[in-house]
Write a protein that binds this ligand. Structure first.
Ligand SMILES: [Zn+2]
Length: 216
């Protein structure tokens, strides 16, 4: 397979989409969702989170979803969309909690963290947990599920004195942590208490508790 960088047009389109949906965030159901999850307006701004109120052409299927741009030095390289309804997404036929565009492969979320001069970083499962850790003062990257941690990503986390995977408090939560620990001697796992993810832990116990638990 030959390497082809994302085209300039594609990045320009995604930048425009991210900016458009970010403008539609204020006062939207997505803003309310973020507020309930304890994510600050500052975070919504830095991560350019958005709401798809009026979708751009081709994005009709994402209407009503939270828009989560994946941003690197070139710009927006992907946007993932998350259902923000109160229902249990698994209970609904042919519906999933997350949507991504065709051809959008596994990527690291908040990859710009890797440009920071810090000795230790955290790895989270999911974008919301990554933002939660970040706004708490933890330099964090994330992937959307254990199956999205690709072997080539191990190269990106060499050179740190320690990488700490902040794992969900269930068996599935350890999958990502174990996949990372298996290939990285400097990786450790910090698992949240039973049935809590990083965001829930933060909401129940607060920022100071999360920092202490994660060791940052
Ligand atoms: Zn749903």
């Amino acid at each position: 397979m030959t390497f082809s960088p994302p085209s300039k047009q594609r990045i320009a389109f995604l930048d425009q989409a991210a900016a458009t949906y970010h403008k539609q965030l204020d006062g939207s159901p997505a803003a309310e969702y973020l507020r309930k999850r304890g994510l600050s307006q500052d975070s919504a701004q830095s991560f350019r989170l958005g709401y798809v109120a009026s979708p751009l052409s081709g994005h009709e299927r994402y209407a009503g979803l939270l828009a989560i741009p994946y941003i690197n030095r070139q710009g927006t390289v992907a946007i993932r969309y998350r259902c923000i309804s109160d229902h249990d997404c698994k209970e609904i036929d042919k519906h999933s909690k997350y949507a991504r565009e065709p051809g959008d492969d596994a990527k690291i979320y908040n990859i710009l963290t890797l440009t920071l001069p810090v000795p230790r970083i955290a790895i989270c499962e999911g974008e919301i947990d990554t933002i939660t850790a970040w706004q708490s003062g933890i330099p964090a990257i994330g992937v959307a599920g254990a199956q999205n941690w690709k072997p080539m990503f191990n190269r990106l986390i060499r050179g740190y004195t320690e990488v700490i995977t902040l794992a969900d408090g269930d068996t599935a939560g350890l999958k990502l942590a174990d996949a990372i620990a298996e290939k990285n001697e400097h990786a450790t796992t910090c698992q949240m208490p039973h049935d809590l993810d990083v965001n829930q832990y933060y909401r129940e116990h607060g920022q100071a508790a999360l920092l202490e638990k994660a060791g940052f």
